[in-house]
Design a protein around this ligand. Structure first.
Ligand code: SF4
Length: 407
């Protein structure tokens, strides 16, 4: 059995075989996972210095040289790396006195912080499959982002206490600004919010739960929603980027809603992380420093804050190591421009805008396909995996260890 690293569900039941760089058999892969496996074989990187092909040892030696001579290096990426590689990356940041940050810094970091610190009650997806009778997708569209979420965990499967499943025992609700693919599956339970209106919508739910008339939204529909929530035996809320961006870091209001719901019944929150091991990095860094992202080890001190986010640090650092991510094509122009001016080191299996702009490119084996390791599923469950094909390249972890030794 293979694992799919196409999203943070880390499906472990994939029957896949590969021959001559092509996927020849694929069972249980969703459309997104299939695309992820197919794309694995194209646009591979090779070791480069200054856009000239070199051997791997030379690329590693040059990367070590750049990092050794930098006064304020930035180490960024990490959400597409194994726990083993992330652990070495954090040690490298400590050794260099560097700033380290990951993709949660500009997406679901505030939600993850609330969950990992216990301010939002959470559970595993296996609990959801076994017990949940109400699943709420809020600013999330799993039919596209996590395509097997509904079939493996949240709506269609039969669980220990939910043998009658979606036909009789499970209800799916969607809160969104639009008719998403997931909302189309349960149109009658779509609650539309205006863009940026989620905090107001939460206030309206709290009013209904307190027996008051809500000030916003369709009053009749809001009262129906309040009744559905009160009748729930065991509920799960899946907040996606739509909700997190809309709340702009104001998790207190979501925490207040969960506290109120749990006075009435059981409600848990399970994040909808995009990259396959973002949660793993957040847990490891938190264990080491007390913070899930945006940390500097400069001068042997641990400093955390907005100054240590990739958006700010990109403008003040003097070299950057990017692991398994393409910030030049996905971050705002000013950040991408600041990174592109630096001596960049990119460790990546695939070519991207970032690898094209990098001073040093180090190719890596693809996690799950060519490299084994451990990752943390979106709900916090650790998943170990083995490679399914012989790697011709070292894994991120081995590359980072070699850079560390050379420094
Ligand atoms: S749901 Fe995610 S992990 Fe599972 S097969 Fe699809 S892309 Fe891969």
């Amino acid at each position: 059995m293979a694992i799919c690293t196409g999203c943070s569900l880390l499906c472990q039941d994939i029957e896949a075989s590969v021959s001559e760089g092509k996927l020849t058999k694929a069972k249980n892969l969703c459309r997104k996972g299939h695309g992820h496996f197919q794309a694995s074989f194209s646009e591979r990187t090779s070791p480069m210095i200054g856009r000239k092909q070199v051997d791997l040892n030379q690329a590693i030696a040059r990367a070590a040289e750049i990092l050794r001579s930098a006064k304020s290096p930035l180490l960024f990426g990490w959400s597409n790396s194994t726990l083993e590689a992330q652990r070495v990356g954090i040690s490298l940041a400590e050794k260099l006195g560097a700033t380290i940050d990951d993709t949660s810094s500009f997406c679901q970091g505030s939600l993850m912080e609330s969950i990992l610190s216990g301010r939002l009650p959470s559970c595993t997806l296996d609990d959801v499959r076994n017990y949940a009778d109400t699943s709420i997708f809020w600013g999330a569209d799993p039919s596209n982002s996590h395509p097997r979420h509904l079939s493996r965990f949240s709506y269609y499967p039969r669980g220990e206490k939910r043998q009658k499943s979606y036909e009789e025992e499970r209800t799916c609700l969607v809160v969104d600004v639009r008719m998403s693919a997931t909302a189309a599956l349960c149109k009658e339970n779509l609650f539309r919010v205006s863009p940026g209106g989620d905090a107001e919508f939460i206030e309206a739910i709290l009013s209904v739960l307190a027996g008051k008339i809500p000030r916003v939204g369709d009053k009749k529909k809001m009262i129906e929603l309040g009744t559905m929530l009160k009748k729930t035996e065991w509920g799960a809320i899946f907040p996606g980027p739509g909700l997190v961006y809309s709340l702009q870091g104001n998790m207190e209001i979501l925490e207040k809603l969960l506290a109120r719901l749990n006075e009435i019944t059981v409600f848990k929150v399970v994040p909808m992380v995009g990259h396959f091991n973002m949660r793993g990095f957040n847990e490891l860094l938190r264990e080491k420093t007390g913070h899930i992202n945006r940390v500097s080890f400069k001068g042997g001190e641990i400093v955390h804050g907005p100054e240590q986010s990739v958006m700010t640090a990109a403008k003040s650092c003097d070299a950057a190591l990017i692991v398994g991510y393409d910030p030049l094509s996905s971050l705002p122009f000013a950040t991408a421009q600041a990174l592109a001016r630096l001596p960049l080191i990119a460790i990546d299996p695939h070519r991207s805008l970032t690898t094209d702009a990098a001073e040093v490119v180090i190719p890596a084996a693809i996690s799950g396909l060519e490299a084994g390791g451990t990752a943390v599923r979106t709900d916090g469950v650790k998943i170990e995996f083995e490679p399914i094909i012989e790697p011709g390249l070292p894994a991120d972890e081995q590359i980072l260890k070699r850079i560390m030794e050379a420094i």
